[in-house]
Write a protein that binds this ligand. Structure first.
Ligand code: AKG
Length: 317
């Protein structure tokens, strides 16, 4: 199987966008450098058990991960503010703007995920994610594409279950339904499932294995799957992000205001930049929303947020 491990780390964003358009995905090894990841690594324990804590059963949080792969997912805003900030790291936003060819983008979902060897079955069948990322179906028209990213918070070699992906070169003709192509020999029912065995698709898989900081960017119509963790006492920490153009209203996987009362959200807002907040829907400076009235209210709601970028452009009636 081909691996992206040997690819150059410093791929330029235009090259990444070209690969994304052709293959439906691009793997960027070590895209987030170690110095920007260190605060995240230091705070992972605020959310998830360490490998030792899970495997030695010394961490009371360990039980949650047994038997259900999706039970290891936390959703934004995270208990760790550093991990919340990583979801809208400047490099992540640059990449999203470049791939979506739009400077006004929105974060449509953010999840952090811990997986532990032996906790459950992480091996998945090839599928697309669009059924819970859009109300419609994926489009490859510029301006109508949706973007997902996996971000590795630790090194993820093959034995720690990296996602596998299939280039659009092999899948462009597949219809919107079915959506799951089961591994050869497995059975399933329902119109969204194809259990005829798809050896050609599985033979075309590419591994997303890479070091900490690797970003795998893929379009919502790209076939991919999770794989098994086999390393003894292994752990994989990752983040799963979704982005869309601001006007792509049918691709709203999460509405952020429902979490707006949580302490973790307020802590995030207090440390975020206007650009990061815009990704959640904050109007940018110069927007007519910003008036003495709204600024006064925002100062009460978010007392530690520096409102200068918005107040210098506020409309005075
Ligand atoms: O976590 C992974 O590596 C992939 C997971 C995935 O594709 C999914 O749950 O839809």
């Amino acid at each position: 199987m081909r691996s992206h491990l040997d690819d150059p780390c410093l791929m330029d964003l235009q090259d990444a966008a070209r690969m994304w358009r052709v293959d439906g995905f691009v793997v960027l090894p070590g895209f987030i450098p170690a110095d920007e990841l260190s605060a995240v690594v230091n705070e992972v324990d605020q959310m998830f058990p360490s490998a030792a804590g899970f495997h030695d059963d010394t961490d009371p949080r360990a039980k949650r991960f047994i038997g259900d792969e999706f039970a290891g997912i936390d959703t934004f805003p995270f208990a760790s503010t550093a991990i919340s900030l990583l979801a809208v790291n400047h490099r992540i936003l640059d990449l999203a703007e470049s791939l979506l060819e739009d400077s006004d983008i929105r974060l449509s979902s953010a999840e952090a995920w811990a997986k532990y060897t032996g906790a459950c079955d992480y091996d998945q069948d090839l599928h697309r994610d669009y059924l819970n990322h859009t109300l419609l179906v994926p489009s490859t028209t510029p301006g109508h594409r949706q973007l997902e990213m996996f971000v590795f918070l630790n090194d993820v070699p093959e034995e720690l279950g990296p996602p596998h992906l299939v280039s659009r070169k092999h899948t462009a003709d597949l219809p919107a339904v079915p959506n799951w192509y089961l591994r050869p020999g497995r059975e399933g029912t329902g119109r969204f499932v194809d259990d005829s065995g798809s050896p050609d698709l599985y033979a075309a898989e590419v591994s997303g294995a890479g070091p900490a900081g690797t970003v795998i960017a893929f379009e919502t119509g790209t076939f991919h799957r999770g794989t098994q963790l086999t390393a003894p006492r292994g752990v994989r920490y990752s983040m799963h992000l979704g982005f869309r153009s601001a006007g792509l209203h049918w691709g709203q996987r999460a509405g952020w205001a429902a979490q707006g009362f949580e302490r973790a959200w307020v802590d995030f807002v207090h440390r975020a930049t206007p650009r990061q907040l815009q990704a959640f829907g904050f109007p940018p400076p110069e927007h007519p929303y910003w008036t003495p009235e709204t600024l006064a209210g925002m100062a009460l709601r978010y007392p530690e947020l520096d409102l200068t970028p918005w107040s210098t452009s506020a409309q005075h009636s």
